[in-house]
Design a protein around this ligand. Sequence first.
Ligand SMILES: [Zn+2]
Length: 425
Amino acid sequence: MEPWLHAAANDAALMSDFKMVCGFGGRMSGSGQDDAAMAWAMARAGEAASAVQTLTVPYDAWRCVAASLDLLGPAGRPLACRPLLRSASTPEGGLELDVADAGRGRPEDFERLGEGARGRAVLVRHEYPFTGDHVHRRRKYDMAVEAGAAAFLIANNVPGQGVLSGSSGRPRGVAGIPAAYIEHEGGEALAAACAAGNGRVRIVVRGAEIEDACASVGLAEVAGGRDGVIVISAHMDGHDLGVSALDNGTGVAVALAAFRALAARVGPDTPSLRLCFFCAEEWALTGSARYLAALAPAERARIKFDINLDTVAGDASLTALISDFPALETVVEAAAGASGVPVGIWLPLMPNSDHANFARHGIPALRLLAGFGKPESRVNNILSAGDVPAIIEEAELRQAVAVTCAMADAALRMSDAQLDSLASR
Ligand SMILES: [Zn+2]
């Protein structure tokens, strides 16, 4: 490993930065914790940057006012639940509904259920989000809506882990159905009741729109002498069951360390380096979507490559999700070689973090991720109360810094023609 890369991986402030980010709490957008963490991070990035700026973008904020779920019938009892962000509301007294068990809630499950979903509370299961054939919660929700379901219940797939937190993706002004996470054990109870022919629940979800809410976007830049921009991005916001250590305290801390190390590698012969921290990522990737949409086309075209860091520790394995940009494979392989850290590659676009919004604008973008294809890894604490700093190994963070630095440095050394070729598909 080159000495500068070795020094970057050994960044003295990496662990204290990581603990600091987690110390702000879960950083749910709307809580103020995300903005407080952003202010701290921008001051931190400002020590290495030639310019820093914090923008705000509008997002469809919402909060839960009341929620409950009761299993009715012979085995009746209350079940723990947590509404998905932006869930539709029930009438004030709630809804009493028969439950239809849709298994994992994959397309074939909804096909099998057919009209059996209509007017019912559909029960599906959460899946470990980082496998090649994973079906995302928001897609399951959309399929339930399309099938005419009256409510959507998604059970945690991990026993003993409690409920999870996540977004329904329902935009403001769009009709939807009440939707909530339930515990693994609650899912088992509902499934047993369904099998016995008496799966019936009362669900109450009451939410309130928060008008005129804004999410922060933090930008720090080291200006190079050439026109292009290499971006390192990470989302600052999270969920509040734990402290969003995996998702995404790891990405924020690694991005700050990489930015510090790379600042000195930017010069008259390189493009610029920009650090982008987004909020409202957990709200259907809204923060980065609005930031990119608001850029003038010429300004957007200056961005040559986005390295998005989201959940980059929690397992020793790292994978680059390269968003259908095959040319990024050589960049990742070169970085793996330079850093001595193996990095797997997954070509198809996985729209599960901010890189997807860059990719949709034709900008070569990847997400660096730990634990891809490893549902038994510590990454399975994501979105749960178990997402706390203690599940992260220091060595995992350090190797992520090395890989990130090596990828960004490879891009900084490329000619304009080489950078442009990264976008070919
Ligand atoms: Zn994330």
